[in-house]
Design a protein around this ligand. Sequence first.
Ligand code: SF4
Length: 343
Amino acid sequence: MSIITPSLLLDHMRCVHKVWRDNYGPKAEFVDEANPFLKLLWDRGIQHEADVVAGFGFEYVDCGKGTESERIAQTNAALAARVEFIYQGTLAHGNLFGIPDLLQFIDGEYVPIEIKSGSAGEGGDDISDGKPKKEYGVQLALYADILNKKGLNSSRRAFVIDKTGERVEYFLDAPMGARTPETMWELYQRIRADVEAALRDELQNDPAMCGSCKDCGWYASCKNWAKENDDLTQLFYVGRTARDTIRRDLDSSRIDDLIANDVDAIVAQKKVDKAFLKGIGESTLTKMIARGRLLKSEGDPVMYDRFDFPVVGTELFFDIETDPTRILSICRVLGPRQRGRAV
Ligand code: SF4
């Protein structure tokens, strides 16, 4: 029986190929190398959690010590005793497993609470406009599911304590947005079903180079695959969705095949067939083909408009990075000697 954990669900949300590759991929090609920048971010997240816990101001039972089976037993005992606050409780039921930061007994049931060092919602703390973070919501839904199966949560209430220390409720049964009728609970079930299928080797798909790849142990392996297959996701801004659409409608996802196409003929076909290359407009297609030709020419980089940097006394360069612990972008300041790597 394959165990479903929050990290498996999050892996799948970042890359729908990863869970399958972790289990059935060429293991010799996996590089298990800690990224020091990521480690710094995770350490900061752990420190934030410790700071929040230190300021709790209420009694709690800490179930975070001991072996896994000891922690499960401690948690089950605390749940049975209806302890009001349980910190780092280990929840397990069937093939589901998770360790919520906090469990609180409210109105006759246990609700999961996650402590996050980021904001509670996409683009800010306010999720009243219906923009909860999917990564947080799916994680909470897994905990609520385990609690529900244990007969300890029927309302699917769940909360995030965000970077400011504020407690924000996540409504798992509400549509995720005005244009997104799917609820967080439905998203969780869909992702869980996909992960279970991938673990059974019943859901297979190709790698697709994306922003998450550089932090993944399969980066070199997938990059080689993309090169050998002349895959379109090697091109800047061409992701899995566009690649798969082109493969379906043009019967190939090779760069050579795409750049051999007549853009005018494709655009003409799009005008008479709205479903053809749906979601890929003329300008996107033109850029893809230009980038593909550039890659194949192995020529010098192209600058369409000349830009001269001003001469100043002090130069600062910014490198934009993704912080996966906060799911927002931050900047790192690079020294002048790293100028060539700044983007
Ligand atoms: S390297 Fe990229 S495509 Fe490959 S498994 Fe990792 S995230 Fe997915």
